[in-house]
Design a protein around this ligand. Sequence first.
Ligand SMILES: Nc1ncnc2c1ncn2[C@@H]1O[C@H](COP(=O)(O)OP(=O)(O)OP(=O)(O)O)[C@@H](O)[C@H]1O
Ligand SMILES: [Mg+2]
Length: 497
Amino acid sequence: MSQAPDAVGVLIVDDEPRIRDGLARVLTAMGYRIAATGRGEEVLGLLAGENAAIVLLDLQLPDVNGMLVLRKIRERYPHVVVIIITGFGTVQTAAEAMRNGAYDLLPKPFEPEQLRIAIRRAHEKMLLEKEARQLQQDKLRTLADLSIEKSRTHTIIDALPIGVMVTNARGEVVLFNPTFARYMALPADLAEGSPLAAYIPDEGLRRLVLEFSQGCHVGPDDSPTYEFSLGPDKFLFARGRPVLDDQGRCVGAVLTIVDITAMKVLDRLKREFVAKVSHELRSPLSTIHEQLAVVLSDLVGQVSPADEHLLSRAKEKTQGLIALIGDLLDLSRIESGVVCEAPKNVQLEELLENIIAFLGTKAAAKGQSLTLTRCAEPLPAIKADPLALESIFGNLITNAINYTPEKGRIEVRLGRSDNQVHIHVSDNGFGLEPRHLEKIFERFYRVKTDRTRYITGTGLGLPIAKGLVEAMGGRIGVQSVPEQGSTFTVDLPIEAE
Ligand SMILES: Nc1ncnc2c1ncn2[C@@H]1O[C@H](COP(=O)(O)OP(=O)(O)OP(=O)(O)O)[C@@H](O)[C@H]1O
Ligand SMILES: [Mg+2]
């Protein structure tokens, strides 16, 4: 029978050539590849070439003790299966051979069928063992891959220049990187697993992390951010994202933190610069404006109408510049926290009536109606700086007039809830697209369309109004539909008696 190239090899070790030949015949017929020797000394050398997976070993050899050969095979080639063939199969020999690692024992003389059975069993055992070894290796490899992957991810997270912290669904910290520890000035021996307060001193941020961890912000656009400071010269900016499992359930949150101290310092320097320049420009500009006014009145009738026009244009422009500088100074005052000069009890209805009377001429010039709608009961007085209130509602009503076409309607409506008054300034003017709604409260932001292009302004009115409202503990918001109109709402707290 021809042998397959990958046929399993059997090594026959017996000093009797007759037996070696007989065994070889039977095994070759079974498809095995055969090697044979009569000398114990040659056994290890023959196995070294991976010649055999099964050894048939006679214990009685002329040169060395068969038991010794068995031990050596087991030591050097533990995967080779050994079947002992022996002429004096005492129980004692059998027991010793098994102890030394033999798999089976065939007492001589034996029938070819007995040999075939023993060889098949040994072959099966060898295959099973091989398979088990393969499985074990695969398992080890997967584990090694996993641990390499894990340590790689860890190394990357540790090397990130931004702070990273991960929580589980209960809001417990399960991981944070060295940058996070440095930003938050955590003690060196603080590990994962302590309560959230040990890592995050800021209460607002803790609340946000808990909300994220519990799945309160899972929408794609719902990712609130948070700015906080640790001491006077350390400003940090945090952003959170929920961690979702395969089924979209929230299983925790990732918080990233960046250091924005440099940006803050730059912003402060910019503001200080603007405030300083505005301040320095104001008095010479006012002087120029007044001098132009004097020159203009002195020269009436003495210069050509063209020159007179030039001079009055110059006077108007300086007036515009003075107003801009006033706005810039207001803004820098609000941003540095100096707002309410002298809070007084203010009757809102009265204050708004005065503003409406003052701006009514401007509205009337555009054929617009400007009305005040009170609520059923008179509002209680609120404690505030009246100049600040004038600035807020002056800005809102002027905007409503400016950004509403001729013959439009502008309404100022009052309302009250338990501890707040609400003032709505509505118009049926140009309205605003949703993408502008947040931005119009930023400095110098103006919406440029064909209709607004020729309306002059600097984009400071709303940021000033917002700064003042917030300094009073109130809120300002806007609702708007393009081409239908806008409603700006101011909520102000009523002081408890
Ligand atoms: N009632 C409104 N209807 C439509 N758009 C408005 C309304 N109020 C404000 N806006 C838009 O918001 C922008 C910002 O308003 P803001 O009052 O801050 O600046 P401004 O009116 O342009 O200039 P100023 O500093 O003189 O007030 C405006 O340019 C305008 O595009
Ligand atoms: Mg304005």
